[in-house]
Design a binder for this molecule. Structure first.
Ligand SMILES: Nc1ncnc2c1ncn2[C@@H]1O[C@H](COP(=O)(O)OP(=O)(O)O)[C@@H](O)[C@H]1O
Ligand SMILES: [Mg+2]
Length: 372
């Protein structure tokens, strides 16, 4: 039920320029994930939105209403913003039981007690902590406390839910369950969510949009699949995807409006319709880097084009097999589903679909050609 707009936000801590000209629109009902490595400014962005920090430059609008105007030193107080924030370091009330912690926000709103009970139990059940409702926070593990904090935030059905790495203390299995719960909750409540994580899997699996930051600069905002298929820069490509994307050195030349790219994988030609519009050298050869996801390569399978390779090492892991192969001077990782047996130094052909390859300008790092 709420749209947030950040315009030209700069945030400094002393001389440390933490957010650099941040422009970001979060549409009503969006699940927007702020993704990036530790220290890139994600938490600071949430704190600026919630009003716990004041940016030195820029404006913020909530449903079209200005809540921050740095030039005029106008900063609406956090209580006027109708946001609900869950921090990585959650603070539960130690003298209240789990039930009370979650119910408190509803009790002060004077909601009937049967309705409160229903909603609290539902939130606790979703977070798989209903059995702990009579315990005190000190009697819970870190992960359980974190789930109480999430339950407390969702039970009031806020206009905007801000979540800062809320699943970071949970073990792998529980994290998968909680991702499903948060995703379902978002769809059921229709709440706008701003979610912070450094975990690209979390970002890809839950979000409607992902905003990727490096060192306080917003590099790309797109749907999870767009970010995965067409990362805006080499850095984004490297950050997204597990196992990591393959990078292959290549030479490129623009000729007659088409791009000819040669590398150890072969010579590929790309037409203008697939260009991103990022600037590329018009004359002569220039260096580029190809991005190829491990699951896009086939081994001894029919494909549009193929190259000869030898198996360097194979890593069967049950549900998938990762195979490292050597093609001339290039080492590539290939991901296959299921258990596949490969011998060391076995000769194979690698199947390639050139259309799926990303082409980046090596010098600037920008994507030049989309995967289609
Ligand atoms: N209260 C603060 N005082 C000074 N520097 C801070 C403060 N909070 C964060 N920083 C600095 O701002 C940068 C971004 O921090 P943060 O937004 O917490 O990153 P992230 O959440 O992406 O890991 C870091 O360099 C961090 O050291
Ligand atoms: Mg943080």
């Amino acid at each position: 039920m709420s749209k947030i707009e950040l315009k030209n936000i700069d945030k400094f801590y002393g001389s440390n320029h933490v957010l650099k000209g941040l422009n970001l629109v979060i549409e009503d009902g969006e699940f927007m994930t702020l993704l990036g490595p530790s220290g890139c400014g994600k938490t600071t962005t949430l704190r600026v939105v919630s009003g716990l920090e004041s940016p030195q430059n820029g404006n913020i609008f909530l449903d079209g209403k200005e809540i921050v105007n740095a030039k005029e030193l106008f900063y609406a107080p956090p209580s006027k913003r109708e946001l609900n924030l869950v921090f990585q370091s959650y603070a539960l009330w130690p003298h209240m039981t789990v039930y009370k912690n979650v119910a408190f926000g509803l009790q002060i709103k004077k909601i009937p007690s049967t309705e409160i009970k229903r909603r609290v139990e539902n939130a606790l059940e979703r977070m798989q902590i209903l059995q702990y409702q009579d315990r005190y926070p000190s009697e819970l593990s870190g992960g359980q406390q974190q789930r109480v904090a999430i339950a407390r935030a969702i039970v009031t059905v806020p206009k905007i839910l801000l979540l800062d790495e809320p699943l970071s203390n949970l073990d792998a299995k529980l994290r998968i369950d909680m991702r499903s719960e948060l995703k379902r909750l978002h769809q059921e409540m229709g709440t706008t969510v701003i979610y912070v994580t450094h975990d690209q899997i979390e970002a890809l699996t839950m979000s409607t949009k992902v905003a990727i930051f490096f060192e306080g600069v917003l590099v790309q905002v797109a749907s999870p699949m767009d970010v995965y298929k067409n990362p805006a820069t080499l850095k984004v490509a490297d950050f997204i995807g597990n196992p990591r994307i393959n990078f292959v050195e290549a030479k490129a030349k623009l000729e007659g409006g088409a791009l000819t790219v040669s590398s150890d994988l072969g010579i590929f030609r790309y037409e203008q319709k697939d260009f991103t519009g990022n600037e590329m050298p018009q004359n002569g050869e220039f260096n580029c880097v190809l991005g190829v996801r491990p699951e896009q390569l086939g081994l001894n399978e029919h494909a549009e084009t193929s190259v000869e390779a030898v198996v360097y090492a194979s890593q069967p892991a049950g549900s998938e097999t990762l195979v490292q192969v050597q093609v001339k001077n290039t080492r590539l990782l290939v991901k296959q589903l299921g258990i596949v047996e490969w011998a060391l130094d076995e000769k194979v052909t690698i199947g390639i679909n050139p259309a799926l390859i990303n082409v980046f300008n090596k010098e600037t790092g920008y994507l030049l050609k989309y995967a289609v």
